[in-house]
Design a protein around this ligand. Structure first.
Ligand code: FMN
Length: 384
């Protein structure tokens, strides 16, 4: 029996063998931005486990665009070979390889979460975070420096160059990270962007930077390969909140689902192929109605109203749930994060649960259900 979850999906010339993707997940396991054996084994295992798309974590386009000093990076050419090795292995398992290009903005210069998530001070290797406006995320974070026009130009250029390196590394997909309260989302939201120049105020001004970044990356990224953007569809602050997330009168209203639909339609016109729809992250203590598939409705709305393919993410854990998201046309891909940490083989297990045929790595076939196909390692030409 063939389920929509296991049907192929094509964007530009890239064919995803199924609709299941590993969502980007920071591993905080790099030094100076370099990918390590951890990344190869971690991501590689999930490709062995049958995911059709494996997204490499948020990869900083500049050193000061890192969340922490353990973040992965793509800000220099020296980063490319280790990334190319990962992309090559993902391909060898039949998965498509993606990478997320990121700038943390005001959420930067922190210690890695499993070492306390404190502000990384200059004497410990910390840096001055950059943002649209000098507004700290919370009292635990640094007050960022507002980017001037030169800084904005340099940021766009850094994204462009990172896109170029992603081509060199052989990825099939790049995703621009404009969600979760990081730099590009900070420009979108009045909660973080209080500029009075052409990058602040109106919808057109707040969306200017992300569209300039999209244009720069799209110009660099080959025409036959798809470009994704991840957004937070809402700040969960439509009613108006103050900077610390508490409700208060006369305060700023956050980024809204209506604006997300409008922006997604612009993305389509600018050559974006898929919007990866998440939410939140702009303010601490936002009231988020977390539950199974709680963000899927945003992906569905954007897909219908902006007429652009979407990926759904957020508490998608069950095979039937994932299959029905695809079958009902709410999204074109499902991305799973924590469930893939629990089970790297979620995709082949989901196929077994749905009584569908999954292809197991040929080396593992003696452990696979009887009707499973084998997946011989594919060798692909090394990237130029
Ligand atoms: C360990 C960890 C690291 C994450 N790092 C990233 C990241 O690099 N980029 C990103 O867009 N989201 C990141 N996220 C968010 C996930 O991609 C995903 O959107 C979120 O966890 C909800 O999906 P889930 O319910 O399947 O876990 C991270 C989540 C986790 C658990």
């Amino acid at each position: 029996m063939s389920h929509p979850l296991f049907s192929p999906f094509q964007l530009r010339s890239v064919i995803f063998p199924n609709r299941i993707g590993v969502s980007s997940m920071c591993q905080y396991s790099s030094q100076d931005g370099f990918a390590t054996d951890w990344h190869l084994v971690h991501l590689g295992a999930r490709a062995q486990g049958g995911a059709g798309l494996v997204m490499v974590e948020a990869s900083a386009v500049t050193p000061e665009g890192r969340i922490s000093d353990g973040d992965l990076g793509i800000w220099k050419d020296e980063h490319v070979p280790a990334l190319a090795r990962i992309a090559g292995f993902l391909h060898s398992q039949g998965a498509r390889a993606g990478i997320q290009l990121a700038h943390a903005g005001r959420k930067g210069s922190m210690t890695v979460p499993f070492r306390g998530e404190r502000l990384l001070l200059p004497q410990d290797g910390g840096w001055q975070p950059l943002a649209p406006s000098p507004l700290a995320f919370s009292s635990n974070y640094a007050v960022p420096q507002a980017l001037d026009q030169d800084g904005i130009n340099a940021t766009i250029e850094a994204f462009r160059q990172a896109g170029h390196r992603a081509v060199k590394a052989g990825f099939d997909v790049v995703e621009i990270h404009a969600a979760h309260g990081y730099l590009l989302h900070q420009f979108l939201s009045p909660l973080a962007n209080q500029r009075t120049d052409s990058y602040g105020g109106s919808f057109e001004n707040r969306t200017r930077l992300v569209l300039e970044v999209v244009d720069a990356v799209r110009a660099e990224w080959p025409a036959h390969l798809p470009l994704f953007v991840r957004i937070s569809a809402t700040d969960w602050a439509e009613g108006g909140v103050s900077g610390d997330g508490s409700s208060s009168q006369g305060s700023h209203v956050g980024w809204t689902p209506d604006e997300s639909v409008k922006l997604a339609a612009l993305f389509r016109e600018h050559g974006v192929d898929l919007v990866d729809v998440s939410s939140g992250g702009q303010i601490p203590n936002a009231k988020i109605p977390v539950g199974p598939g709680f963000q899927v409705g945003f992906a569905a709305r954007i897909r219908t109203e902006a007429a652009i393919p979407t990926a759904a993410v957020g508490l998608i854990t069950q095979p039937a749930q994932a299959d029905s998201i695809i079958e009902s046309g709410q999204a074109d891909l499902v991305l799973l994060a924590r469930e893939f940490l629990r089970d790297p083989y979620w995709a082949v297990h989901a196929a077994a649960a749905l009584d569908d045929s999954a292809s197991w790595p040929v080396q593992y076939i003696r452990a696979a259900p009887q009707h499973s196909a084998t997946r011989a390692p594919v060798t692909r030409p090394e990237p130029a």
